[in-house]
Ligand binder design. Structure first.
Ligand SMILES: [Zn+2]
Ligand SMILES: [Zn+2]
Length: 161
């Protein structure tokens, strides 16, 4: 979870690399967030979490884009898919497991990305969750943290004895 505007801005940049949209005011992950779009000025997004998952950082830009591209030609589709794969790769490169490779959109499930983790093999994650990298690696890290804490706790009790 993200608690500070600083942390949120970082995730925002990972989710929308090179976006001219900036984060103006942030309270909580599930609360509205205020953005500044060069086209639309100050824009309120209903959920800071959704902004990270959306294709467009600015919800108004997203609305306009979805209206404009309601009938995409097959050629445009192919072009878009190639572009988004490189975006997915970039997101993975900035995640906590940048060594995962072969990142691409799942052809049968466009909300998901497929990639290969050098430790866990082929993986499938939600595209919005790519910024967190391999889910199994994260579980391993959390597990290691828990064990370290327990060890610290037990060594403390030993010292007391
Ligand atoms: Zn906009
Ligand atoms: Zn992994």
């Amino acid at each position: 979870m993200i608690f500070s505007i600083h942390g949120y801005r970082h995730c925002f940049q990972v989710a929308h690399p090179g976006s001219p949209v900036t984060v103006e005011r942030y309270t909580r992950y599930r609360e509205p967030v205020y953005l500044h779009c060069p086209i639309h000025g100050e824009v309120k997004a209903s959920s800071a979490a959704n902004v990270l998952l959306a294709t467009h950082a600015c919800p108004k830009c997203g609305e306009e884009a979805s209206q404009a591209t309601s009938y995409p030609s097959p050629e445009n589709e192919g072009h878009k898919r190639r572009l988004s794969d490189s975006v997915l790769q970039r997101r993975m490169a900035k995640s906590s497991t940048p060594d995962c490779f072969d990142v691409h959109r799942d052809p049968s499930d466009p909300l998901f990305a497929l990639f290969i983790c050098p430790r866990h093999g082929p993986q499938k994650v939600r595209i919005g969750a790519l910024v967190c990298g391999c889910v199994l690696c994260r579980k391993d890290r959390n597990q290691a943290k828990r064990e370290a804490k327990q060890q610290m706790a037990s060594s403390r009790t030993k010292i007391r004895k």
